[in-house]
Write a protein that binds this ligand. Structure first.
Ligand SMILES: [Zn+2]
Length: 298
């Protein structure tokens, strides 16, 4: 009888111990948003990179490393975008930290064929790492996270997949709205950021301010781009907040093309902010085409 009581007490204790909410550290707000959609409100989620900083070249904060030291799971973007994630994981000295490479959930585009060297730019050597900018890829990431979270936290083995599917539904409901605004649009991007979005919604990226990822444009490249904008009547150039404005201002001055600041990350690590980001993307990239000289908008 006593033994039975001890067993019951132990089982009850074990259930409570495993019921501790997950602690997830994420490389970016976008992964944080997808993670939050899958965990629900109880988990603790910390984010390493601020959305207004270049995620290719981010300086890890000591607080992020400390958080990873106590966390259950670390989510990295992968495809060589956040090479600094290695510093977080190593620095955490957390032997139990489960590292999930979220790029494993998606099919990369723009994978270079043949030899890759420094002449091809300093990033994107494994394909385009900006995959979270296709909302359908976010569904794939959510499903991968549901699997991994359940492995670490079997007490919620049914919750995580259910949450992932609820998130998938919210995205699928919005897809026709975004498609209606974006399909067929052309624009110039600053960095090779928007390829996944363009592919999803049948858009055309007519050119790039950076001649190669991470390489600033020279005068000859900008002159050629200005020519292309005039010839093809491209209505819009977008840049992220951390991209220098001068090249875009030059193009606007030369051609009258409209320019806009369009972040590549959502403002907050929440599913609401993730969806709102695509509403903003649709507002900016799907804006009615106006006459030239309407200035930079955000
Ligand atoms: Zn990039």
């Amino acid at each position: 009888m006593n033994t039975l009581r001890i067993i019951i007490a132990w089982v009850a204790f074990a259930a409570v111990a495993h019921a501790d909410p997950l602690h997830v550290v994420c490389a970016t707000n976008d992964l944080g948003a997808i993670a939050r959609a899958v965990t629900g409100p109880e988990a603790r989620i910390d984010v390493a990179a601020r959305p207004d900083r270049d995620p290719h070249a981010f300086e890890v904060r000591p607080s992020t490393v400390r958080n990873a030291g106590k966390a259950d799971i670390y989510l990295e973007v992968g495809l060589s975008l956040d090479l600094w994630s290695v510093d977080v994981v190593r620095g955490s000295r957390n032997r139990n930290l489960v590292v999930v490479t979220c790029a494993d959930a998606i099919q990369p585009i723009e994978v270079p064929t043949g030899r890759v060297d420094a002449s091809m730019g300093d990033v994107h050597s494994e394909g385009n790492p900006h995959y979270w900018l296709d909302p359908v890829n976010a569904i794939s990431v959510a499903r991968l996270l549901a699997e991994r979270f359940a492995q670490v936290d079997p007490a919620r083995v049914e919750t995580y997949p259910a949450n992932a599917e609820a998130f998938a539904l919210r995205i699928e409901e919005r897809l026709p709205v975004w498609r209606a605004r974006l399909e067929g649009r052309s624009f110039i991007e600053f960095h090779r950021s928007w390829g996944y979005l363009a592919e999803r919604f049948s858009m055309r990226i007519a050119g790039r301010v950076e001649p190669l990822p991470g390489i600033p444009p020279g005068a000859r490249h900008l002159a050629a781009l200005a020519e292309l904008i005039r010839e093809q009547q491209i209505p819009l150039v977008v840049r992220d907040v951390y991209h220098t404005a001068s090249a875009v201002e030059f193009l606007a001055r030369e051609t009258g093309v409209r320019s806009a600041v369009l972040p590549t990350s959502c403002d907050e690590p929440t599913p609401e902010a993730f969806l709102a980001h695509f509403d903003r993307v649709a507002d900016v990239l799907g804006m009615p085409i106006e006459g030239p000289g309407s200035g930079e908008s955000r």
